[in-house]
Every structure is written in structure tokens, then in C-alpha cells.
Write a protein that binds this ligand. Structure first.
Ligand code: ADP
Ligand code: MG
Length: 540
């Protein structure tokens, strides 16, 4: 179907022709041609009226309506006769009048052109609706006209609004999600990411993340991404895949990734979209639970064996002592039985240690100043540590009262100090410090254990060999040692662990290979009820 404005022009040309013809006295022989012309004119009128757009003809420059199709009458709710008394300018939104006026004045100086703009039309009933107007100036004979194709764009605008609203809804869903949602190109450039994602990766703006390359900058192991891409290309998607990512500060986070490939028109992968959930906290908690369950199980096993073994040892020692008493001083057996007694006694010491790990040993708790334990232990360790180790004891200048078995805490410190010495065969610095510590939510979030409150924190820090993550995982297990046979029993730290558990405290360690270790013991402070009672008494 030809352009409606062209139809209009054609229509007007025909009309013009007929009017011209009728002015001249037409001979009868011309009738068939004339009838044909009238037929053509009616046909084009029919086509015009079929158009779902309003087609209108205006006089230039007045803008007066000269003619229009039926759709225009329907749009405006007025008959053609009534419309003929109106101008274009009375129909459209005054804000858009200027565009039409400029087109008209251009036409008067010979510039015929077409302009498309959006405006509004008002019906006779006063309803205003949005329209898109294509207005074109034409010259027929010496007169200038303007033909308009007017389209009602209410539905289009409505559809656009619906689309905008739905886009806004999904954008909100995208932005409000607590999981990271992103889109990336196959080359690893991000094309979109929500704020949860930006924060998860430790950045503050999306632009910073757009500078990154997923593979090089985020994946702890770039090879893993390549494997994932292979899976995405094979299966199209992957669900709940655990990956290790590097944050801006270099820290690693465990994330659960669900991703799918976006396929382009030609069937190839044009990008990926995915959702990531940070499960670092969960993992820590899981490991912490596993660790404490493991220690609990080992403790129970050790306690059972130690008890039975202790009974056996008691009877070995009892009978051996009886034999020893019965033997004459000069008996050659005397030496052998002496060795049996000595070995049994050594075994008993070992059993005692095992019992202290499994928290089966009786302890007597009394209020004691944690700093004073640090000072007294400091006094007796001079001979334990070598001369090339610098000792730095830093007690607190405040009394830090804890409920503790003094001997047990000293034992724990000596075990830590012995290990520190072993870790510094060529000397170094050993610092033992005691200070108050306010344990808060940050601590609990980081370690996944702990009770909020105030604690006496005793730290034992060395500048020795340090430990790798493999050692750190097994550190507190009984019989775990990296020392050669005869040098280590692997019980030192398990005893410290048991002692801390019995005191309702915690122990943790910070260490890296080659940069020393710091063990920290947290003992809950006794609430200063006496003090507050005293203040109350004095204020009364
Ligand atoms: P042992 O000292 O008998 O080996 P422990 O339970 O005391 O047993 O320690 C277990 C292991 O932990 C040690 O063998 C050592 O590998 C490691 N370790 C403990 N403390 C330190 C430290 N301060 N520096 C380096 N490694 C340590
Ligand atoms: Mg040790």
C-alpha cells in the first residue's frame, strides 16, 4: 500500500484534474476517460479511508483543514464539515505548534520537506491522546498544501510504559538481591553486576568491577574458570558450583555459583549470566563444627583408653612395688624391677597429660590475676628458652581476675613457650603479653565461636618458622607432631586446648610459614560484682 500522504497527493491531483476538466466544455468523446478518472478517485478515497492512521490535508500557511479521511473524523469525533472550520494548530498540543509553523514557513520560501514529531490530539469529548504526526508540505500547481499522517500512539506508549515498569521491577529485583548477580562476556569482562556483587568482591562501585577481568583478577585459580566455561559450553548451565574467588584486599571467599550461557542469533555463546552466594561464613562454621566434633571424639576416646590404662598401670606399679619390697638389696632382679617401676611411672605421667587434654583431670579453680600468672611463668622460663631468644614479658597494668587453676594455666603457657623455643632454633623474640579484651560480634563472625564479653587475653608470640595451613588444621590434635621421634610427643597443644576448654576459654593461632606464630588464650574475666557492691555501699 502506498504511503498515505502519497495517496492523498494523488487524490488531490485527480480532484484538481477533474475540476480543471469540468471548467472546459468537455466533449462527449471524453466521457469514458472522465468516468475512469472518477473511478480512480473513488478508489483512492476508499484506500485512504481504510488506513488506520488519520490522513489530513491542510492549507499552508493557515493550517486550515481542507480534507481528511474517515479515521481522522473518528479520531477527533467530528465530521469533515465541522473539521473544515478548524486548523491544525487548534488540534495539536501548543508546545508542538512551532514545528508545524516552521515547516509551513519553509514551504513558503520554497523548501518542501517532511517532519515527524509527537504531539497530542483532543477529541470533541475532550479526551486527549498522544499522536505521532508525519507532516509533509507539497506544491500542487502554485498552491502549497500540507499532508499529515497522524498515528494514535496511545497503545505504543502504554506498551512502552509497561515494558519500562517491568524493566524497573526486574532491575529492583536485580539490585535488591543479597546474592551477587552478574553478566559477563566470554573474554571475562563484566557487562553488568548488582551492588551486592560489588560489595561481595570488596569494591565500592560498579565501575571498579567493570575494570576487572573475571578470569585473571577474580578466580583464585584461572584454570577453574576455563573448566567451568567448558561445562557451560557442553551443558549450557551449571548449578551450585563451589569456587574460590579473590577479593580486592586479596582475601579469598568461597562462593556458590549458578550460571548459564547466553546464546546469540548464530548459536554461539555471547556471554554468561550468573548468581553467586558468599558461603565463606558457612564453610568456616562447618569446619569449626567438624573440628570441635573431631576434638570431642578424640577426647572421649582418649579419656576411655587413659582410664583403663591408668588402672592397668596402677596394678603394674602396685605389684612391681610389692616385688621390689620383697627382693633382697643384692638381688640382680632389683635393677630390673626398678626399671619396670620407672617406666610405669613415666607412662603414668603421659596418661596424666592425656587426661588433661580430655578434660578428665580434676582442677581447682580460684579467682586469680591473669597478669600475675604471666609474670610468675616469665620468671621460671629463663632456662627453658635459649640465650639467643629475647624475652619480652608485658603484663597488664590492670588486675585481670579470672577463675582459673593457676598451675594449669602455667602449664599451658610453658607448653606454648616450649613450642616457640623449638620454632626459633637460631634465636628470635618471644613476647608474652596479657591485656583485657572485649570479645564482640566481629570475633564471633571471624572465628564462628565465642561468647561476647570481657576476657583476659594472654598472647604468646614468636618470630620463628611459622606454620602452613596443613599444620594449622591439625595443630591441636593429640599426637600430632612435626618433630622427630623422641623430640616431640604431639601432646603439648592438645593439653593447652583441653585446659582452655576446662576454663571456659578459647585458644586460637595466627601464623604463616616464615613469619612467626602468635597463640592467643582468652579467659573470661570474673564480673566485678564485689566492686559494684562496694560502689553501691559507698553511695548509700
Ligand atoms: P610437639 O611440640 O610435641 O610437636 P605440640 O602439640 O606442642 O606437639 O605441637 C604440635 C606441632 O605444632 C609441632 O610439632 C609444630 O609442628 C607445631 N607448632 C606448635 N607451636 C609452634 C610454633 N610456635 N611455631 C611453629 N610450629 C609450632
Ligand atoms: Mg610441644
Amino acid at each position: 500500500m502506498p504511503d498515505s500522504s502519497e495517496l492523498q497527493a494523488q487524490h488531490d491531483e485527480l480532484r484538481h484534474l477533474i475540476v480543471g476538466l469540468s471548467k472546459h466544455s468537455v466533449s462527449k468523446s471524453c466521457y469514458p476517460e472522465l468516468q475512469q478518472l472518477i473511478l480512480d478517485l473513488e478508489r483512492s478515497r476508499l484506500l485512504l479511508d481504510q488506513s488506520s492512521d488519520a490522513v489530513m490535508l491542510f492549507a499552508v500557511p493557515s493550517g486550515q483543514i481542507l480534507d481528511c479521511n474517515e479515521t481522522a473524523c473518528r479520531f477527533l469525533g467530528r465530521s469533515l464539515d465541522i473539521l473544515r472550520s478548524r486548523t491544525l494548530f487548534s488540534l495539536i498540543d501548543p508546545a508542538t505548534e512551532e514545528q508545524a509553523a516552521r515547516l509551513f514557513s519553509d514551504a513558503q520560501i520554497g523548501i518542501l520537506r517532511k517532519e515527524t514529531f509527537t504531539s497530542t490530539f483532543a477529541t470533541a469529548a475532550g479526551t486527549v491522546f498522544p499522536v505521532e504526526i508525519s507532516l509533509k508540505t507539497v506544491k500542487i500547481d502554485r498552491s502549497i498544501f500540507a499532508v499529515a499522517d497522524v498515528r494514535n500512539i496511545s497503545e505504543r506508549l502504554h506498551a512502552e510504559n509497561v515494558l519500562k515498569e517491568s524493566e524497573a521491577r526486574y532491575r529492583a529485583l536485580f539490585e535488591d538481591s543479597r546474592d551477587a548477580i552478574y553478566m559477563a562476556l566470554p573474554n571475562g569482562d563484566f557487562t553488568d553486576i548488582n551492588m551486592a556483587g560489588v560489595e561481595m568482591l570488596g569494591y565500592s562501585t560498579k565501575e571498579e568491577v567493570f575494570q576487572l577481568n573475571v578470569e585473571q583478577d577474580l578466580y583464585a585459580d584461572p584454570l577453574v574458570r576455563r573448566q567451568l566455561l567448558q561445562r557451560l559450553s557442553d551443558d549450557g548451565c551449571l548449578k551450585d558450583y563451589e569456587v574460590l574467588l579473590r577479593k580486592r584486599d586479596g582475601e579469598y571467599i568461597n562462593v556458590l555459583l549458578t550460571s548459564s550461557a547466553m546464546i546469540g542469533d548464530h548459536g554461539s555463546i555471547i556471554g554468561y549470566r550468573g548468581i553467586m552466594r558468599d558461603i565463606t561464613g558457612h564453610k568456616k562454621l562447618e569446619q569449626q563444627l567438624l573440628q570441635s566434633q573431631k576434638m570431642e571424639a578424640i577426647g572421649r576416646l582418649t579419656a576411655g583408653i587413659a582410664h583403663d590404662f591408668n588402672n592397668i598401670l596402677t596394678s603394674i606399679l602396685g605389684y612391681a612395688t610389692m616385688v621390689d619390697l620383697k627382693l633382697a638389696e643384692q638381688s640382680p632382679m632389683k635393677k630390673h624391677i626398678g626399671n619396670i617401676i620407672l617406666s610405669a611411672e613415666r607412662a603414668a605421667v603421659l596418661i596424666k597429660r592425656l587426661l588433661s587434654f580430655s578434660r578428665q583431670q580434676k582442677i581447682s579453680m580460684l579467682p586469680v590475676d591473669a597478669s600475675s600468672i604471666v609474670i610468675s611463668t616469665g620468671n621460671i622460663i629463663a632456662e627453658v628458652i635459649g640465650q639467643d631468644v629475647t624475652l619480652d614479658i608485658m603484663p597488664s597494668n590492670r588486675e585481670l581476675l579470672v577463675n582459673a587453676d593457676r598451675g594449669q594455666i602455667e602449664q599451658a603457657l610453658i607448653n606454648l613457650i616450649t613450642n616457640a623455643r623449638d620454632a626459633m632454633p637460631h634465636g628470635g623474640t618471644l613476647r608474652i603479653q596479657c591485656e583485657p579484651y572485649l570479645l564482640g560480634d566481629d570475633f564471633i563472625r571471624q572465628y564462628c565461636y565465642g561468647e561476647p564479653g570481657t576476657y583476659a587475653l594472654i598472647s604468646v608470640a614468636d618470630t620463628g618458622t611459622g606454620m602452613d595451613s596443613k599444620i594449622l588444621q591439625k595443630l591441636f590434635e593429640p599426637f600430632f607432631t612435626t618433630k622427630e621421634v623422641g623430640k616431640g610427643t604431639g601432646l603439648g597443644l592438645s593439653i593447652v586446648y583441653g585446659i582452655m576448654k576446662q576454663h571456659g576459654g578459647f585458644i586460637n593461632v595466627e601464623s604463616a610459614l616464615g613469619s612467626g606464630s602468635t597463640f592467643r588464650l582468652y579467659l573470661p574475666l570474673i564480673r566485678q560484682e564485689k566492686d559494684s557492691a562496694r560502689t553501691r555501699a559507698s553511695s548509700e
